[in-house]
Design a protein around this ligand. Sequence first.
Ligand SMILES: NC(=O)C1=CN([C@@H]2O[C@H](COP(=O)(O)OP(=O)(O)OC[C@H]3O[C@@H](n4cnc5c(N)ncnc54)[C@H](O)[C@@H]3O)[C@@H](O)[C@H]2O)C=CC1
Ligand SMILES: O=C(O)[C@H]1O[C@H](OP(=O)(O)OP(=O)(O)OC[C@H]2O[C@@H](n3ccc(=O)[nH]c3=O)[C@H](O)[C@@H]2O)[C@H](O)[C@@H](O)[C@@H]1O
Length: 465
Amino acid sequence: MQKITKICCIGAGYVGGPTMSVIANQCPEIEVTVVDINQNRIDQWNDENLDNLPIYEPGLKEIVAETRGKNLFFSTEVDKAIDEAQLIFISVNTPTKTYGKGKGQAADLKYIELCARNIARVAKDDKIVVEKSTLPVRTAGAIKSILQNTGNGVNFEILSNPEFLAEGTAINDLLNADRVLIGGDETPSGQEAKDALSAIYLQWLPKERVLQTNVWSSELSKLVANAFLAQRVSSINSISALCEKTDANIAEVSRAIGFDSRIGSKFLNSSVGFGGSCFQKDILNLVYIARSFGLPEVADYWEQVIIMNDYQKKRFAENIITTLYNTVSGKKIVFYGWAFKKDTNDTRESAAIYVADALLDEQAEIVVYDPKVPAERVYADLDYLNTRSPEENRRLLKVVNDPSEAVEDAHAVAVLTEWDEFKTYDWKAIYDKMLKPAFVFDGRRLLDKEEMETLGFDYYKIGQS
Ligand SMILES: NC(=O)C1=CN([C@@H]2O[C@H](COP(=O)(O)OP(=O)(O)OC[C@H]3O[C@@H](n4cnc5c(N)ncnc54)[C@H](O)[C@@H]3O)[C@@H](O)[C@H]2O)C=CC1
Ligand SMILES: O=C(O)[C@H]1O[C@H](OP(=O)(O)OP(=O)(O)OC[C@H]2O[C@@H](n3ccc(=O)[nH]c3=O)[C@H](O)[C@@H]2O)[C@H](O)[C@@H](O)[C@@H]1O
């Protein structure tokens, strides 16, 4: 079996960056080069001040500090890194298509295809090409076709090795992965490639956690894993609406069902709705694939997970409006949190964006505080929706760096992200600064209802009457 000593990863994003940092850290004999066409991103990865890395992820900067410049490199020299590597991870973005056939559902594979063409153009010797990005089932076929039709005599083995890390816990997820999935051809050379990649992960993971499958099962399993996870959140969120109409409490229901070992207790936290770059995108992709294979019942089944998530975000925003006497026009509503979950600066598909959009439609004045998200990001997220002009977004919504100053004369606070620091705030001082009645809408079930009510707040907690 070929021993891998040089790796290249195309795409220095939320997956490429942390994943390669951990591989470099765990495998000192392997030289890892992460390349990207985005010069700014690479400059941030190379910044001497580790607080300026492009991604905030607990534990990441310590690992980068240990490995960068030794066996971990970040560069924009894509061709050179491809040429020198024996194994190439493709870890570029695969967003939902915004144009043409499959618009709004299918995955846009143009970045993947560009990578495959780049590899085909540059490679002079045999390579293992690994799909790290999340891809529709059967994409490996397309990559193979591009690579094998270059006519330069180079042999490529294509593997699927989807990533299961969650943001905010990426380093721990990588170091203690539940499983690593490696799909490849069931031929002798395919097996050899699977074993070469397995050997990397086996440097720190036990053998039974490294699963080998055929390439199609691996591609599909990634979409299915995300669909099942998102389905749990939508399921519990659907019940949260029912809890609010009855005297049931969603936390008690989650706990009660989670004790059943067949159901399990994880991923049953009711919230304002799931966000993140992948759940929605991957389910839409699954729906699209099912429909294209003539399976409308399967497609409709999974689509419901997204419909329920949209309902939850809308329901939260509408509740704010009706509770504030059916009008939020000119009222100051403070958002605590903008990121799609705690411990990340990622805001892609964050529920906060959609709740803000609904409230801005009603002319609310929103003030956002998030410990890790800069103002430019918040405005970019809103502008991207194209609901109103950028000037209007900037007029109605402000982003601040001080959480306590934000609440001065506010009508309401809405908790959109479960940052730990929100629990430590002096809520009595916050109450004193706000207009009365002072409303808190807790979309993350972060705060204690009894304590908040004792302080005088009109407190709404998702999933509780
Ligand atoms: N974000 C997450 O937590 C997870 C993401 N994934 C999947 O991993 C893939 C990557 O996701 P992220 O890292 O979040 O995306 P990202 O957007 O953070 O990073 C992708 C990077 O690829 C670069 N890129 C695009 N085309 C390129 C090219 N032709 N040559 C060189 N660089 C190029 C972009 O400039 C960007 O920096 C997606 O398929 C996603 O579904 C899988 C598991 C977890
Ligand atoms: O493919 C991906 O991108 C990744 O998607 C998710 O990871 P991530 O989106 O980073 O974060 P999660 O912890 O899964 O949270 C997703 C969203 O669901 C919400 N959520 C999660 C759990 C829960 O019980 N309740 C809930 O509302 C979170 O607040 C967040 O908005 C999966 O957990 C990863 O396994 C997968 O690799």
